[in-house]
Design a protein around this ligand. Structure first.
Ligand SMILES: N[C@@H](CCC(=O)N[C@@H](CS)C(=O)NCC(=O)O)C(=O)O
Length: 219
């Protein structure tokens, strides 16, 4: 009998994969984990999504792309005790806005710095990397103010925190968050203590050697 569980193409060390894994673990959702470490998985991914970006979710004959949309899809089609996009449309809008902030102004510049390291010798983009680091600084300052007096970034734990967890984790490795941003550091620590994200971080430990800038000896 073929599996009827939703199948996730993902890699344990990938931040966008972790965003979806946190959502799955929050709700204890049963799924088939097609790790891109497994033979044939990359070829399957390429046939499902020519962009070859991951994660990708397959469910009931549907192909769901983009981590945020996968989390929204799971909330609708495989709901669990934790609603990650609030039912109230006004609260949902706030969650989506913060989710966009983490994708566009934390993950995108973080990836820019890391991917520059993988460019061929002599083809580095120093100006672009400088701009990415400056964007991270601006976002850190904004988020530090945003997190004053808050536990989670947009009300109760949500899609936006699923994004924040891996993106702040790797952003701090890439461009360390100034110790003066105490609210932001405390938020990153709260995310690391959350069992869903702690599990994702543990599953990714064996792959730390993949980090192009060299993984620090800490979480
Ligand atoms: N916009 C996509 C971004 C996904 C993404 O960049 N995933 C990375 C792994 S964290 C990836 O696919 N990297 C491989 C590549 O760029 O070829 C999403 O939200 O899911």
């Amino acid at each position: 009998m073929p599996s009827t569980l939703p199948r996730l193409y993902a890699h344990p060390f990938s931040s966008y994969s972790q965003k979806v894994l946190v959502a799955l673990y929050e709700n204890g959702t049963a799924f088939e984990y097609r790790s891109l470490e497994e033979p044939g998985a990359n070829e399957e991914l390429a046939s499902l999504w020519p962009m070859r970006r991951f994660p990708v979710l397959i469910d009931q004959g549907r192909t769901i792309l983009e981590a945020s949309c996968i989390v929204e899809y799971l909330d609708l089609h495989h709901p669990g005790p934790m609603r990650l996009v609030p039912a109230d449309p006004k609260a949902a809008m706030e969650v989506r806005m913060l989710d966009r902030v983490f994708d566009n102004y934390v993950s995108t510049p973080q990836q820019k710095v890391v991917l520059d390291k993988l460019r061929p010798e002599g083809r580095q983009d120093d100006h672009g990397v400088q701009k990415a680091r400056s964007m991270l600084e601006t976002t850190y300052a904004w988020l530090d103010r945003r997190m004053a007096g808050r536990e989670w970034v947009a009300g109760s734990f949500s899609l936006a925190d699923c994004a924040a967890a891996p993106f702040l984790f790797y952003a701090d490795w890439t461009h360390p968050i100034d110790p003066g941003f105490a609210n932001l550091h405390a938020y990153r620590a709260r995310l690391l203590a959350r069992p869903s994200f702690a599990r994702a971080v543990d599953e990714a430990r064996p792959y730390r050697g993949y980090f192009p800038l060299g993984a620090p000896d800490r979480d």
